[in-house]
Write a protein that binds this ligand. Sequence first.
Ligand code: GLA
Length: 409
Amino acid sequence: MGKATAAGLLTAALALVPAPASAQKFPDLALAPPMGWNSWNHYGCEIDETLVRRTADALVASGMRDAGYVYVNIDDCWQGERDADGFLQPDPERFPSGLKALADYVHERGLKLGIYSDAGTKTCAGRPGSQGHEYQDALQFARWGIDYLKYDWCNTGTGAAQRNPREAYATMRDALFAAGRPIIFSICEWGDNRPWEWAGEMGHLWRTTGDIVNCWNCELGHGIWSSFGVLNILDKQAGLRRYAGPGGWNDPDMMEVGNLPTLAENRSHFALWAMLAAPLIAGTDVIGIKPEIAAILTNPRIIEIDQDPLGLQGFTWIRTPEIEVWARPLADDKWAIAVLNRSDTARRHVLDFAAHPLADDLNQKFARIGERHFRLTDAWTGVASGTTRAPLSVTVAPRDTAVFVLVPE
Ligand code: GLA
């Protein structure tokens, strides 16, 4: 047998051996922005298994699960210590039944369970981090039946000794993949290392900023750390839309809808996150949710904008100091338009599509509004609101946002 033939046989034989699964994030997850709830914004560290169970029940009872909010995500402070073999255990006082039992409870209700860990030695609240235990923790999460992991960036070292974020997030990505259970991987390094440029290979969503806080327009400093209001976070999304799409989303942080003082602010926050194709992770008390907040969070037309299958993030079309008009191209040649009033007084704005034709500079296949005509529906109410053939005069209450869906005539 000649050499060439032997090599050919070897190649043919190797082709029959399944290739080892190459390192990758789980495919076919988060094809639309993930929707669910997370404990942190409202409860901080004050969490236990009863709260998680009651929240799961409330997601069902409020209609939120049926509207799409399926991930029940436990944030920091669920952890106890590692056992003698290094396996992470839940806090025995707060989660005495264990995470497997909690996952079963949540799954029985048609929901999914999310959990939190950290790429450093400790989490932000000082619980054990996953550094050096990535494969063991990923295996533990998979065995428990976890469906979503938020992976934070505290205690990863400083200066030259800081962990390389690409290495750190790739290690946990590979560990999750090796553990074999499809788990959404939520990257939380606060936008410090331009994650939009590399995190698409690592996970399914990546935080773009520091933490959100329940104010309209503020920046709160805690030492070296700042938290940001809704408008502050919105303004930090400029230039990021090209990085988002099915399977990989910019994450402007979990929602404060229900935690902001006025209905107008809560409405605006929700509408803007939908225009941004943001993950819709509710951060309020769902057990005691007010009907008017549940109505905002379950508005079917706004959710449809967020979940649009093209997954194209919206952009600012018109910007004045008070009024900002956002536009987002949708599937089937539709558009969404949001008129945000940033100010504290009611404002009237005239949308004149003929005078200011609207186009998506990144995705030029979309019809220019002004050259083609559309019917408008008020997304909050479902009421027909004319066509783009005539200018539309919109009066927007202080800090409120009007939203329209445009369907080709
Ligand atoms: C960081 C994250 C928050 C939250 C806390 C928990 O600040 O950015 O979203 O998870 O840690 O300690």
